[in-house]
Design a protein around this ligand. Sequence first.
Ligand SMILES: Cc1cc2nc3c(=O)[nH]c(=O)nc-3n(C[C@H](O)[C@H](O)[C@H](O)COP(=O)(O)OP(=O)(O)OC[C@H]3O[C@@H](n4cnc5c(N)ncnc54)[C@H](O)[C@@H]3O)c2cc1C
Length: 386
Amino acid sequence: MDGGHTTPLILVGGGPVGTATAIGLVRAGIPVRLLEARPSLRAADQRTLALTQGSREFLEGLGAWPHRGVTPIDEIHVSQRGRWGQTVLERDDGTGQALGYVLLYNTLMAHLDEVARSLPGLSLEMGAEVTEVIPDWSRATVVWCAAGQEQRADSPLVLVADGGRGLTERVFGAPHEKAYDQVALVARVETDQDVRHRAFERFTAQGPVALLPLEGRYTLIWTGTREVTEERLAWAESHFLAHLQEVFGDRAGNFRRVEARNWFPLSLRVLGSVMRPRCLALGNAAQTMHPVAGQGLNMGLRDAATLVDMLRDGQQSDLGSATQLASYVAARRRDRYGGIGLTHALVTLFSNDWPILSEGRSMGLAALNALPWARRTLTRVMSFGF
Ligand SMILES: Cc1cc2nc3c(=O)[nH]c(=O)nc-3n(C[C@H](O)[C@H](O)[C@H](O)COP(=O)(O)OP(=O)(O)OC[C@H]3O[C@@H](n4cnc5c(N)ncnc54)[C@H](O)[C@@H]3O)c2cc1C
């Protein structure tokens, strides 16, 4: 035990949201103690992320945007299998900025780690698994285990960014949860066409399929039921490529190679309240979403940006006060529910074959194709939130 000493602010979880928040707060003059269960902030996670212009601007403002290993998206082709109607979103539809940026989770974490380690006001404690957070309006208490020893400390504000694991539920209560019938198969694929900076989103009756450009190859995200996905993981390469071709058509060329097949479970988990006395949940801890709209981390970084702005402008004596936490919750409400609703609607409306819905989807895509202002609005919402 370290005697329960008082620290300014404790952040639980050094994933991208927790680490970006910690960097932002320290740059705003608020010292942070960051507790991460893994031995390093660097991750072995090969997950591909599409980040928005808004996320890029936030990370750039923190001096934490990785300039290497990032591929910009200039075009997104959206279509549905076996039905008419498609649209192409282009860089010029908005402000001329890229529609998004593709990079690996571990590329982002390696860069955040480098920046975090250069900041004197940021105390990084690795291998520190938090077992308990006790909310209280006088001071919240955090209990963790490091090198087999239990430790504890109090803080006027504890931020929980543990990715929505067991700790979140113990502190904030059970989330509203919807397990989708689908899981996501993720792989790297090559085609016989130049990848350039084009992404594809194709809706099929079994779920969405996306191709994201990353350094001359595509990352494939192919959703399907658990049983179908297990079969797809086991297929021989030629069989896999032939099926993918059939589902996807030839808009990206002929599929030539697949490697690094993996899968992730998908669910929607949303906390009813992200606030407890002197505690807030951020990022996936607050809301875990289906990756179909590429909103999860982008929304978590918007949680971080709002909080950093609010604490930077607040008084030291307000840190973690009920008024401050309630203002944060109110500031995030519209974007949070807008993003959750949009993602859930995309998954449910675009993952079935009901004739009425598929006709409506075709009309929606055709209308989007014909109306530049509608494409601009969609691009703005996807880039900067609601
Ligand atoms: C296949 C797939 C594709 C995706 N694609 C996109 C995309 O294109 N765009 C997008 O915006 N989002 C995408 N997402 C979502 C994105 O990955 C998440 O939203 C993001 O990782 C959330 O970051 P986080 O920091 O909140 O949580 P996490 O990344 O889960 O990090 C949580 C951290 O907390 C640590 N931790 C957990 N428990 C404890 C504890 N008790 N004590 C101490 N530390 C703890 C963990 O070790 C981890 O480092 C995708 C997700 C999947 C599954």
